[in-house]
Write a protein that binds this ligand. Structure first.
Ligand code: FPP
Length: 241
């Protein structure tokens, strides 16, 4: 089986999971964070090199303040608790998004986690937080425009590679596969630039119920797809079909 280099996950269904059980939504996120740990460890174990998880979008601030605060606290706690194990497993931690708008203590936790694991050579865990695909592209445009105004960049040289390099985490390759639990066929402003040629796998399982077997299922669906990157399929003799 071909192992995708970069698995990106839209962690969806925490609210529905809680609602089905008559529990507050935050309980769904708490169980969801356990699923995140399972998924990250499974990715590492399987040999995935980059794992991106969508933890909080720029749109998520519109949720009730209690839920937003609960999520921020949960994410910070999860990071502070799990960073030792990530480090032991030689994993690198990074975060992508408008990080400067996050609570100070969370920013600090991210910075500490990033610095501590910067020299590791195993899987990179990329947490997308206060992230929006359109916001990322707008921020990249602003960064390039600033350089052009400062005379450090000739407008005519701007190309796709340069925009890619101006995104939040240019060292992370584009996702090979986007996994969306929760059954919805939507991209939800997730990695809009980067998913140009990613395979999209939607699974009916709600995120808190996500297990290693679901990741394996997603990877085997990915293996059954034929990626053409806009080109033509060629057989073993390299003839055009
Ligand atoms: C979407 O479910 C999920 C989120 C907005 C939060 C995801 C965050 C976690 C799982 C916390 C752990 C993260 C890390 C990085 C430790 P939803 O509430 O939109 O579900 P619904 O569609 O059923 O309402």
């Amino acid at each position: 089986m071909k192992i995708p280099g970069h698995v990106a996950i839209i962690m969806d269904g925490n609210g529905r999971w809680a609602q089905q059980r008559g529990l507050p939504r935050i309980q769904g996120h708490i169980e969801g964070s356990k699923a995140t740990k399972r998924a990250v460890l499974a990715c590492d174990d399987i040999g995935v090199k980059y794992c991106s998880v969508y933890a909080f979008s720029v749109e998520n601030w519109k949720r009730p303040v209690q839920e937003v605060e609960g999520l921020m606290t949960l994410i910070e706690k999860a990071l502070r608790t799990e960073i030792d194990e990530l480090h032991e497993k030689n994993c690198r931690f990074i975060a992508s998004g408008r990080l400067e708008e996050l609570p100070e203590t969370l920013q600090q936790a991210f910075q500490e986690g990033r610095e501590r694991t910067a020299g590791n050579t195993g899987m990179t865990l990329n947490v997308l937080i206060n992230y929006g695909g359109r916001a990322e592209i707008a921020d990249a445009a602003k960064r390039l425009a600033r350089k052009a105004i400062a005379g450090e960049l000739d407008l005519e040289t701007i190309d796709e590679d340069m925009i890619g390099q101006a995104l939040y985490s240019p060292e992370v390759p584009d996702p090979d596969i986007v996994v969306r639990p929760g059954g919805e066929f939507r991209i939800s402003n997730f990695l809009l630039w980067e998913v140009a040629y990613s395979e999209f796998v939607v699974l009916p399982v709600l995120w808190p119920d996500f297990r290693r077997e679901h990741l394996v299922e997603a990877i085997s669906i990915y293996n059954s797809r034929e990626r053409r990157f806009g080109g033509l399929v060629r057989d073993e003799d390299d003839r055009q079909l």
